[in-house]
Design a protein around this ligand. Structure first.
Ligand code: ADP
Ligand code: MG
Length: 620
C-alpha cells in the first residue's frame, strides 16, 4: 500500500467514527448540521477542493464536480426539512472507498507490467586496471567487454567471449526454460544469468539494446488508445453536462406544477450521484492495460490497446516464410561447383555475403566456419528478395536465386535437389550453386491450427523462395494459400490484393521476421514481428512483437484480445445498465440515496474487479 492509499484509509476510518458518533447523538436543527460537518469535511475536502480548482481551470464537469454538487446539495436540503446529512457523508465515504480500491487496482496492474520493467539493469561490470567496476549501462560503449556474474541481469546486448551458463529469458519471452549459452552465442539484455560467469563483448549501446526497446514499447503502449477508450472519453465529455442539465430540470420543472421542492431536489441529487461515469472512465482503460500486461507476460508485446481490438477481428493471417514459419537457420545440403573446388565456391559465396544479415548469409557463414578476410570484399550491394552482389579481389561476384541470375544475364541451371538454391556467378560466368535447407519451426503447424480455432478464415504464406520449397512448407503446415518467388514489392502488392478481397469488418494481419518485410508490416491492418531474430526496423514497423519468435503466440495474442474486449463490453453493458435502471426509477421516487451510491461506487468497484481479470489472461 502506498502512502497516499494509507492516508485515504485513515480518513475513511476517522470520518466513519465521526459519522457514527453524529448519528448516535440526538441533536436537532443547526446542532445536528454542525455535528455532521466534521465527518463530511474529513472525508470530502479533497473532492471539494479538486472540484473548485477544476472550475477555476474551466473544466467544470467531471466526477469531482458531480460528487461535490450531490453531497453539498444533500447537506443543504437539511435546511428545508429532514436533513440528509448521514447520506451526504456516506456518499462521500463510499466514493473514497471506491477511489482507494481503484488506485489499488491500477497500482497492481502497473506493478505486474513493471515486473516486466524489472528487466532494467542497474549497472554493468567493466574491467578497469584489472579490477571489476560497476558502471551505469549507458556509459558502456560498443566493443567494451563486460562481466556478468551469476544471478545478475545481462545489462547490454552482446556476444559471449568466455564462460558457459544458463540464462533465464522469462522476463522477456515468457519462456520459463532457461537457455544454455556458450562462447560465440548472442545474449540479450534483460535476461538473468543464472549460474556461470560470463564475459561478454557488447554489440549494442544501451539506448539501442533490447531492454531499452522493450521499455520504450511498454511505456508508450497506453498512449495508443483503443477505439473503445476514445469513445468513453468523448462520451464522458458530453454525458456529464447533459446529466447536470437533466438534474437541474428535474429539480426545477416538476415542482413548478406539483410543488414539493425538497423532494424533487433530493431526486435530482440522486440522479447526479448515479450518473457519475467513473465506472466506465476507469475500468475501460484498465481492462486494456490489463490485456497488454497479460500479453507481455507471455512474451507478446502489444504497442497499444487499439491493436488488441484489431487483432480480435482478424480474419486473414499472412505469413512470411523464412524466419517466421521456418527457423531461418539453413543447413548446407549440397555444394555443386562448375569451376573451383567445393570449398572455393563456398568461400566466394560467403565472402560476397559477408556483410549481409539475411538468415541465408548467417547460415552460410556458420557452415564455412572460418575467419573471413573481409579486406578482399568491396562494394557490397544487398538485392532484397534476390541475393547479394560484391567485388571480391576485383571481380564481381553475385550470389542469389534464379531471379538474380536472370537479371544479370547469366546462364544458370536448376538443381535436381529440392531446397533453397544459392547460385554463384563471377564476372558474369556461372560457377555453380549451393543448396541449403531450412527447418519448419516446431510449433508452426500447431500455430496454424490454433489460428483456425480462433476463427481465422484464411492463412496465407508469401515467400521469395523457390516454388518447390514454398509449396512443400505450405502443404506441411496446412496453409490455405501460398505465393512464391516474390520480391518485397510483390509481397506488398499481394497483401493489398488480399485487403481488397476480404469482407468489410475482418482484418488482415501480416507476420514477418523483419528481414526486408517492414513495408508489408506497415501496410497490413496489423503487423506482427518476430522480436528476437528479427531486425530493428521490423520491431519498429510492427504493432505487435513476439519476443520468443514462436508463431503459436499469435493465436494466444488473439485469445487475449478477445477476452480483453469481452471484459470491456461486459463492463460497459453492466455499468450503463444499472445506472439507467436507477435513473429511470429516480423521477418516480422509487430509488433513494443509498441505492444511488451503490449504483455508482458499487458498479465502479465491480467493474474494476472485472477489469483486473484482463491481467490474468496470460497466466495459464
Ligand atoms: P522470404 O520471403 O522467405 O522471407 P526473402 O524475401 O528474404 O525470403 O528472400 C527471398 C529469396 O531471395 C531467398 O529465398 C533467396 O533465394 C534469395 N535471397 C535473399 N537474400 C539472399 C542472400 N543474402 N543470399 C542469397 N540469397 C538470397
Ligand atoms: Mg523474410
Amino acid at each position: 500500500m502506498t502512502r497516499k492509499q494509507k492516508k485515504i484509509l485513515i480518513r475513511i476510518a476517522v470520518s466513519a467514527v465521526l459519522l457514527i458518533g453524529a448519528v448516535l447523538i440526538p441533536y436537532e436543527g443547526v446542532w445536528r448540521f454542525l455535528l455532521f460537518l466534521p465527518a463530511y469535511f474529513v472525508i470530502g475536502w479533497d473532492v471539494l477542493w479538486k472540484a473548485l480548482r477544476n472550475i477555476a481551470h474551466g473544466q467544470v464537469f467531471d466526477e469531482n464536480f458531480l460528487m461535490a454538487l450531490a453531497t453539498m446539495g444533500a447537506f443543504c436540503t437539511g435546511f428545508f426539512g429532514e436533513g440528509e446529512y448521514p447520506e451526504a457523508v456516506f456518499v462521500m465515504l463510499f466514493y473514497q472507498v471506491g477511489e482507494l480500491f481503484q488506485s489499488y487496482a491500477v497500482g497492481k496492474s502497473r506493478k505486474s507490467i513493471s515486473a516486466l520493467m524489472d528487466i532494467r539493469p542497474d549497472y554493468a561490470n567493466v574491467e578497469q586496471d584489472g579490477q571489476l567496476v560497476q558502471v551505469d549501462p549507458e556509459e558502456v560503449a560498443v566493443g567494451d567487454v563486460i562481466t556478468i556474474k551469476a544471478g545478475e541481469k545481462v545489462p547490454l546486448d552482446g556476444v559471449v567471449l568466455d564462460g558457459t551458463s544458463m540464462v533465464n529469458t522469462s522476463a522477456l519471452t515468457g519462456e520459463s526454460v532457461p537457455r544454455q549459452v556458450q562462447p560465440g552465442d548472442d545474449v540479450i539484455s534483460g535476461c538473468v544469468n543464472q549460474n556461470g560467469l560470463l564475459r561478454v563483448r557488447v554489440t549494442k549501446a544501451f539506448g539501442e539494446s533490447t531492454v531499452s526497446k522493450i521499455l520504450d514499447l511498454v511505456e508508450n503502449a497506453s498512449s495508443k488508445k483503443a477505439r473503445a477508450e476514445n469513445f468513453i472519453t468523448r462520451f464522458a465529455r458530453y454525458y456529464t453536462p447533459a446529466v447536470v442539465l437533466c438534474a437541474v430540470a428535474l429539480a426545477v420543472i416538476p415542482p413548478l406544477f406539483v410543488g414539493g421542492w425538497a423532494g424533487w431536489v433530493e431526486k435530482a441529487l440522486i440522479f447526479l450521484v448515479v450518473s457519475c461515469p467513473c465506472a466506465l472512465v476507469i475500468s475501460v482503460p484498465l481492462s486494456f492495460f490489463g490485456g497488454i500486461g497479460g500479453a507481455s507476460r507471455q512474451g507478446i508485446l502489444v504497442k497499444g490497446g487499439n491493436y488488441l481490438e484489431v487483432l480480435a477481428d482478424t480474419e486473414i493471417v499472412v505469413f512470411d516464410k523464412t524466419g517466421t514459419l521456418t527457423e531461418g537457420v539453413f543447413n548446407v545440403t549440397a555444394i555443386h561447383p562448375e569451376a573451383y573446388s567445393e570449398s572455393g565456391l563456398l568461400e566466394l559465396a560467403v565472402l560476397a555475403e559477408s556483410y549481409s544479415d539475411h538468415p541465408i548469409s548467417r547460415s552460410l557463414k556458420e557452415a564455412y566456419g572460418k575467419e573471413l578476410d573481409t579486406a578482399r570484399v568491396a562494394q557490397v550491394e544487398e538485392l532484397s528478395g534476390r541475393g547479394v552482389r560484391a567485388q571480391i579481389d576485383g571481380k564481381t561476384v553475385c550470389a542469389g536465386n534464379d531471379k538474380l541470375m536472370e537479371e544479370i544475364g547469366v546462364k544458370w541451371h536448376p538443381c535436381h535437389r529440392v531446397g533453397t538454391t544459392v547460385h554463384v556467378a563471377v564476372d558474369g560466368v556461372y560457377i555453380g550453386h549451393i543448396v541449403i535447407s531450412d527447418q519448419v519451426k516446431e510449433d508452426a503447424k500447431a500455430a496454424v491450427s490454433a489460428l483456425k480455432a480462433q476463427g481465422v478464415k484464411k492463412t496465407v504464406m508469401l515467400t521469395g523462395d523457390a516454388k518447390a520449397v514454398g509449396e512443400s512448407v505450405a502443404k506441411d503446415l496446412g496453409l490455405d494459400e501460398v505465393y512464391t518467388q516474390l520480391l518485397p514489392a510483390d509481397k506488398v502488392e499481394k497483401v493489398e490484393g488480399l485487403l481488397r478481397e476480404k469482407s468489410g469488418k475482418g482484418k488482415l494481419a501480416f507476420v514477418g521476421d523483419g528481414i526486408n518485410d517492414a513495408p508489408v508490416l506497415s501496410r497490413a491492418d496489423i503487423g506482427i514481428a518476430m522480436g528476437a531474430l528479427g531486425s530493428d526496423a521490423a520491431i519498429e514497423a510492427a504493432d505487435i512483437v513476439l519476443m520468443d519468435d514462436k508463431p503459436s503466440k499469435i493465436a494466444k495474442a488473439m485469445e487475449i484480445s478477445k477476452r480483453t474486449l469481452r471484459i470491456v463490453r461486459q463492463n460497459i453493458v453492466f455499468a450503463l445498465g444499472v445506472k439507467l435502471l436507477v435513473l429511470v426509477l429516480t423521477p418516480f421516487g422509487l430509488s433513494n440515496m443509498w441505492e444511488a451510491v451503490f449504483a455508482d461506487v458499487g458498479v465502479t468497484v465491480i467493474a474494476i474487479i472485472n477489469a483486473s481479470r484482463a491481467l490474468q489472461v496470460g497466466k495459464k
